[in-house]
Design a protein around this ligand. Structure first.
Ligand code: FES
Length: 236
């Protein structure tokens, strides 16, 4: 994980658009009086969206003022979560490559190499045309479909370097690639045929109560061997 610092080149000011001001008022009103700080993440996110995908320092300051929070508290949030970008990002796509163990074991290092080749050798630097940037991040919660990347709010999963380049090509051509598995599997269903839970009896209702019958049979057999009747059991 890279050290997360504010970019040295900052705009001199930041102001929300009137539409976003109205949205912020609506959002803050969802929380009890005095708890407006709870809106800090959605408000910072809105600032980032308005500012081309990254969060300038004056926006952090403004959010602190709007939510009546100490600047350091908002700064902490902005610099902690990798969902907040602290430097300019590609205008078309900022690619967050998961480098945590499951993704790493499934080939995320190759995805990083593809990003270095296609975008820039260094993370948090723009491609020559300014359209793309990339970084390595920690687990993004799609481990069952490793390796994966997140671009804006979407995840692209089951990637190989070739499939990632196809995603990049689609963005570069002005399209929006279909999020999710890039090999066509549904969610995190097994790749290929199912390998477990295949017994049809699991789904036709015939197994309901089977365990109870099995214990009753065992108890009856034990009683028979001992020459006694099974003890009455409370119903249920
Ligand atoms: S380890 Fe990559 S999504 Fe969890």
């Amino acid at each position: 994980m890279a050290v997360r610092r504010l970019h040295p080149d900052q705009p001199s000011s930041f102001a929300f658009t009137p539409e976003n001001v109205a949205w912020i008022q609506e959002t803050v009103a969802k929380y009890p009086p005095g708890k407006q700080a709870s809106a800090v993440i959605p408000v910072l996110w809105r600032a980032q969206e308005q500012h081309g995908g990254w969060l300038p320092e004056p926006a952090i300051r403004l959010v602190a003022e709007l939510l009546d929070m100490a600047y350091i508290r908002v700064y902490e949030v902005a610099t902690f979560y990798t969902m907040f970008q602290l430097a300019p990002v590609g205008s078309v796509a900022h690619i967050q490559v998961c480098g945590t163990t499951p993704c790493m074991l499934r080939g995320s290092l190759d995805l990083i190499e593809a990003c270095k080749r296609r975008i820039n050798p260094d993370p948090h630097h723009l491609s020559a045309d300014g359209k793309f940037s990339w970084e390595e991040v920690e687990c993004l919660g799609s481990c069952a479909n490793a390796p994966m990347v997140q671009i804006w709010k979407d995840t692209y999963e089951d990637l190989t370097p070739e499939l990632l380049e196809r995603v990049i090509d689609t963005f570069a051509a002005g399209g929006t690639p279909k999020p999710g598995s890039q090999t066509g599997r549904t969610a995190s269903c097994p790749a290929g045929a199912a390998t477990s839970l295949k017994d049809p009896a699991l789904y036709d209702g015939s197994s309901i109560g089977a365990w109870k019958r099995r214990f009753a049979d065992l108890e009856a057999a034990a009683s028979q061997l001992a020459g006694t009747a099974p003890a009455d059991k409370p119903k249920g």
